[in-house]
Design a protein around this ligand. Structure first.
Ligand code: ADP
Ligand code: MG
Length: 402
């Protein structure tokens, strides 16, 4: 069971939302609904599962329903139709007390405008979530001090928010959310007001801290680059509808429609895609074979390069040419191994590019234990980085404004 489930959620803003819902169910779209009834379709039949421990990004143009969606998770808004569940429990049916508990113990928020209390010191801001839960001063201050350090704000505990830059204030916002000891953090355009450089620092920080804590982060953004940097999975909304849900690689490699395609077009693919997208099974593993044995297999399978495995770890390559030169011998093929560095599956292609360009042969993908998990053929790199060369571009007016 997923941690957070949206089940056929439709949300309509206006006086008689139930009557409007009937019209939407009968097929009326957002524009027509607004024109004919003055009601706004915020979300339209959205279903999705958010798993515990992932960074789940919701992306879309302004007005696509992102804020509406995230506000359902802590019930700042109730949907007109459908259900929202946390741990399988329909939160629309919670008692007022249970709802307060959910908001205090399960969910923390980071706001675009930081939302700090101006007359409280940084330390007291960070401790705030624990304070409203009744945690004793000593304990909450110790926790807050710990988080202050972990977000890089040592020495600022007695400062007031107004004395800090925007980036530092948002570090306080992040520390407050993390210190609150909830398992879910909601972030609505939390970095959108920050300068690009500061913003990318905080993105890295968020990923690092999320990995360290295992918390579930639901992050809203209108910026695909930000989504790609942060997300385990991305949901893309358009006019209140879910148009695609997938990993960053899914979105980049297989955009569901012209709307997603237009977002994807200007992305730096070398930075956004990982080596994993280029992975092919290794053609030939060389372990204990003699030169003669290895040569026989290579001739039979028409392979030019073998990947040498010693004690389970990838150590280098042997070429058919070098085996032929050595001639039939009982020496091991591995003794003719030439070193060629491997790369990791989760590396951005950009990071692996120097190794890929330098190597004489397809490059080994190795995991954390040094095991060979696949190879990358250099010829695939340009295909993945320049998809659809020569394809017809969608018309200009279907591209999202940026
Ligand atoms: N309180 C509200 N009253 C009326 N319409 C609203 C309200 N909140 C959002 N909307 C409308 O719902 C749609 C989705 O809005 P929102 O979720 O804020 O989009 P986003 O966060 O993606 O910019 C928009 O058309 C917006 O105008
Ligand atoms: Mg919004």
């Amino acid at each position: 069971m997923a941690l957070i489930e949206l089940d056929h959620v439709t949300t309509i803003f206006g006086r008689d939302d139930k009557a409007a819902l009937a019209k939407v169910k009968a097929g009326m779209g957002k524009v027509e609904l607004l024109e004919q009834t003055g009601h706004t379709l915020g979300l339209h039949d959205v279903s999705m599962d958010i798993e515990a421990g992932e960074i789940f990004v919701v992306m879309g143009l302004s007005g696509s329903g992102k804020s509406t969606l995230v506000r359902h998770i802590n019930r700042l808004i109730d949907p007109t139709g459908g259900e929202v569940r946390i741990d399988g429990e329909n939160i629309l049916a919670l008692s007022p007390k249970a709802l307060i508990d959910l908001r205090r113990r399960r969910i923390a928020m980071v706001f675009q405008r930081f939302g700090l209390l101006p007359h409280r010191r940084v330390l007291d801001n960070i401790a705030y979530g624990l304070e409203i839960r009744g945690v004793a001063r000593k304990e909450r201050e110790a926790t807050a001090r710990d988080w202050l350090g972990r977000v890089g704000l040592e020495g600022y505990e007695a400062s007031y928010p107004g004395a800090l830059s925007g980036g530092m204030q948002q570090r306080v916002g992040l520390a407050r959310a993390l210190a609150s000891d909830t398992d879910i953090i909601l972030m609505d355009e939390a970095f959108s007001a920050l300068d690009p450089l500061i913003r990318s620092e905080l993105q890295d920080e968020l990923v690092r801290l999320q990995r360290a804590t295992g918390k579930t982060v639901v992050f809203i953004t209108h910026d695909l680059d930000e989504a790609l940097r942060l997300a385990d999975r991305i949901a893309i909304l358009k006019d209140g509808q879910l148009v695609q849900l997938g990993t960053p690689n899914d979105i980049l490699l297989r955009p569901a429609d012209a709307y997603v395609e237009a977002f994807v077009r200007d992305v730096n693919r070398a930075r956004a895609l990982t080596v994993d997208t280029l992975k092919q099974p290794p053609a030939l593993r060389i372990t204990e074979e003699t030169i003669a044995e290895a040569l026989a297999v290579m001739r039979q399978t028409r392979t030019e390069v073998g990947y040498v495995i010693e004690d389970g770890r990838y150590t280098g390559v042997v070429t058919r040419a070098s085996l032929e030169e050595a001639g039939a011998s009982t020496a091991t093929a591995a003794s003719l191994s030439e070193p060629q560095p491997g790369i990791a599956a989760d590396m951005p292609i950009e990071t692996a590019l120097p190794t890929l360009l330098d190597a004489q042969h397809p490059v080994a993908i190795v995991n954390g234990s040094g095991e060979l998990t696949g190879i990358v053929h250099q010829k695939d790199v340009s295909d993945v980085l320049n998809p659809g060369r020569g394809a017809v571009a969608p018309p200009e007016d279907e591209r999202p404004a940026t």
